[in-house]
Design a binder for this molecule. Structure first.
Ligand SMILES: *Cc1c(COP(=O)(O)O)cnc(C)c1O
Length: 396
């Protein structure tokens, strides 16, 4: 047998972390890495946050899981907090980002079908989007590399150029149910949509009674200095998918919706065995306890500006490698003039610095939100050393 026990779908590196320490990961052989990937925008609080660990330990000892057949004081509490702090009136808890997007897609379709408009099932999505790896969420992305081998795709998605309002308009028709968009694309290369685009989609949705669905799985939960990125745009979506950071490392996601948008999601229309179980709720509450306050959010904004300023200064030394910095808060991308993936591997293997490569030759910089100047200093040191010997090697 040549297949590995772990289904070989990931190009796994030689880094094999077994322990976390604040903003560092420690490998099987004791090597320390500075973690500016955060499990891809998951470990908001770093790796050894006492509040998060304590909450999970205490809840694990008390009650881990019960069926959604029973009342959920734990779920009601976290849902109420999310409702109080966002546009939403109601919340469905999931175990992952893709499941949160699935619920969002179902809610958008059900909104129309509940009112008898069965033909309105199509969501307009955008180029280089990433919405997850289930059949519906790969169908929602135009990226063919994710489709290969999995035909037929789920019908009901049309792709338009990201950040191009006219292109979105051109895809609208009698079957349109709404728009599904990442306000700041993550996998696509840390690309924030313009205000005009997002506000334009909101206006189109209002005018034509369509659902505006945001995928904030990567950009949500304080990452950009707001609890959710939609707040940067002065509008609110009808439905929003959140995950990654919301559990701080515990598998948790949620689909948030207004009362109107959730009108099709009545009794028996959706479900999840694990979704919203007490252990996950405890993790979610501990994360909100830490991040969902003005002081913490202002700190993320301020740290983001500081890190961005330092990155902008740094890239000036390497004009042949870097084209610029983009993003919001601590969701930053270094735009590279060369392929970003080999450089990310170089930083990881030769400088023990973990980042993430993304589309459009971007290097994603996603530190834990609790990182501070000590970690930024170490990051810039490793990045500078990495850029210097990358250039010297003539790789660039
Ligand atoms: C990661 C991600 C997803 C999928 O989340 P999973 O937890 O891997 O299912 C969906 N949308 C966006 C924007 C993401 O970044």
């Amino acid at each position: 047998m040549s297949i590995t026990p772990l289904m070989p779908v990931y190009p796994r590196s030689k880094v094999r972390p077994v322990e976390g320490d604040h903003c560092h990961l420690i490998d099987e052989d004791g090597t320390r890495y500075l973690d500016f990937a955060s499990g891809i925008a998951v470990n908001l609080l770093g790796h050894s946050h006492a509040g998060l660990i304590g909450a999970i330990q205490a809840q694990a000892a008390r009650l881990m899981h019960v069926s959604n057949l029973y009342g959920s004081p734990q779920g009601e509490r976290l849902a109420q907090r999310l409702v109080d702090m966002t546009f939403a009136d109601t919340v469905f808890f999931t175990n992952s980002g893709a499941e949160a997007v699935e619920c969002a897609i179902k809610a958008a379709r059900a909104y129309h079908q509940h009112a008898g408009a069965d033909q309105k099932f199509e969501l307009i999505t955008f180029t280089n989007a990433f919405h997850g790896r289930t059949m519906a969420t790969i169908s929602a992305s135009n990226q063919e590399k994710m489709h290969k081998g999995f035909a037929p795709l789920l019908p009901g998605f049309k792709y338009a150029e990201f950040d191009d309002l006219e292109a979105a308009k051109a895809q609208m028709g009698p079957n349109t149910a709404g728009f599904l968009v990442e306000p700041i694309q993550g996998e696509g290369g840390i690309r924030p949509a313009s205000d005009a685009f997002i506000q334009g989609l909101r206006a189109l949705a209002d005018e034509h009674d369509l659902m505006l669905v945001f995928d904030e799985v990567q950009c949500g939960v304080a990452r950009t200095g707001k609890l959710y990125a939609y707040e940067h745009y002065g509008i609110a979506p009808d439905i929003l998918a959140t995950a990654k950071g919301i559990g701080g490392g515990f598998p948790l996601g949620a689909c948030l919706a207004t009362e109107k948008a959730a009108r099709g999601m009545g009794l028996g229309t959706h479900g999840s065995t694990y979704g919203g179980n007490p252990l996950a709720m405890a993790a979610g509450e501990a994360v909100l306890d830490a991040v969902a306050n003005e002081a913490f959010l202002a700190e993320v904004t301020e740290k983001g500006e500081r890190l961005r300023g330092r990155l902008e200064q740094f890239i000036g030394n390497y004009p042949e490698l870097f084209a610029g910095v983009r993003g919001k808060g601590l969701m930053l991308g270094l735009m590279m003039k060369v392929e970003s993936r080999p450089f990310y591997v170089h930083l990881r293997d030769n400088h023990r610095l973990l980042t993430v490569a993304a589309g459009d030759n971007t290097l994603r910089v996603l530190p834990p939100l609790v990182a501070g100047d000590a970690e930024f200093d170490e990051f810039l040191e490793k990045l500078s050393a990495g850029a210097a010997d990358y250039r010297a090697e003539g790789t660039a």
